[in-house]
Design a protein around this ligand. Structure first.
Ligand code: AMP
Length: 353
């Protein structure tokens, strides 16, 4: 009994989202144009690649502070403008679940965005770890932080527009704090102006994106619904054999909970997803209301039903497969990209012969 109680406390403790002291105070960053970042920072090994640019580990020379830096080499004005917008948006955000910006430079046709270093890896990589106890409550704990960050962004009239598992990192390998990254597609939202976009990741894109209709804060809420569905089941609700099939599935907005992993999931969690995966944007749950939804509010209640503490072993097995498949797809895409580059440089060589 004592053992059970201790374990229960440990489980509860692990769900507690501790406040972590930020590595630096909030900074309102403007892009420096007449300084070489190499004078102040040592750029270290690569951490990852995104839609635009590459992210490296780095260290500030004066303080030894470890940071991450996103470097974008721009050739066209549009590429420069997009990164400038990302820096501007990051600079106006100050929230514990959103990556903090530290410094920015425009030097030698490259834009440098220095930000807080996050060392826990992608959320989905963490939850499939052997040591991680995946329960519905743990999922709700992560989703609540995501919704809190999105609610804050939306209150500042900023929409992320690329919410997907890869853009949710864990602050550390032990704690439960998450950080939303990659504001490369983020936009300022003016309710009086119509905004349409043609980008994002098909699997997590909302029907209005696929139909090239008006987008807004509701567009992020759809993506959270998809992330939540995948996190709780290891299955992707709209994914098809290719992007075209996926987009067709998204446009129909038809999905089901009739799969084995959902047998262990509470009706409250399913209701949460159902209120997000609604084709009609105006009927979709807003971030503020999502935070008031029973699935997220019950998280604080100790005496609450124990079935939400059941280990989701089938979900974990499916999630592992899902993560591996995504890694393969990412690797295949970079091979295609390298082949394309090789072809381009070969043709350049031929042309210059
Ligand atoms: P992004 O272009 O922002 O999507 O970043 C590309 C990849 O770099 C991500 O998928 C992460 O693996 C890594 N990354 C981005 N930002 C950070 C950060 N602040 N700390 C650690 N790794 C990061």
């Amino acid at each position: 009994m004592l053992l059970y109680f201790t374990e229960y406390l440990i489980l509860r403790k692990s769900l507690h989202v501790k406040d972590v002291k930020p590595p630096f105070e909030y900074r309102n960053v403007t892009i420096k144009t007449d300084e070489n970042p190499a004078d102040k920072y040592n750029i270290l090994p690569e951490l990852g690649r995104g839609s635009f640019g590459t992210v490296f580990l780095c260290k500030e020379k004066a303080s030894d502070l470890e940071l991450a830096v996103k470097i974008v080499t721009y050739k066209k004005k549009k590429e420069k403008t997009m990164m400038e917008l990302e820096i501007d948006i990051l600079s106006s955000l100050n929230h514990p679940a959103i990556i903090s910006i530290y410094d920015a430079f425009d030097y030698g046709n490259k834009l440098y965005c220095f930000m807080e270093l996050v060392q826990g890896g992608e959320l989905f990589e963490r939850v499939i770890d052997e040591d991680f106890v995946l329960t519905e409550r743990a999922c709700a704990c992560f989703i609540r932080q995501i919704v809190e960050a999105i609610d804050y962004m939306h209150s500042k009239r900023i929409i992320h527009l690329d919410m997907k598992p890869e853009n949710v990192l864990c602050l550390s390998k032990q704690g439960n704090r998450i950080k939303i990254i990659d504001f490369g597609f983020a936009r300022r939202y003016d309710p009086h102006k119509q905004l349409q976009v043609m980008f994002g990741t098909a699997e997590f894109s909302a029907p209005e994106v696929v139909a090239f209709e008006e987008i807004g804060p509701w567009t992020d809420m759809w993506s959270i619904g998809v992330i939540c569905y995948v996190l709780l089941s290891g299955l992707s609700p709209f994914v098809g054999a290719d992007d075209f099939e996926t987009m067709t599935n998204v446009s129909f907005a038809k999905y089901s909970f009739d799969y084995a992993p959902f047998e262990e999931i509470s009706s409250t969690a399913k209701d949460f997803i159902e209120k997000l995966l609604i084709k009609e944007p105006t009927k979709r749950m807003k971030a503020k209301n999502a935070l008031k939804h029973e699935w997220l509010t019950q998280l604080d209640c100790i005496s609450e039903s124990s079935h939400k503490d059941i280990t989701l072993s089938l979900t974990k097995t499916k999630l592992k497969r899902y993560v591996i498949l995504r890694r393969w797809r990412k690797a295949a895409l970079s091979v295609m990209f390298i082949n394309k580059l090789n072809k381009l440089s070969n043709s350049h060589l031929l042309n210059s012969c």
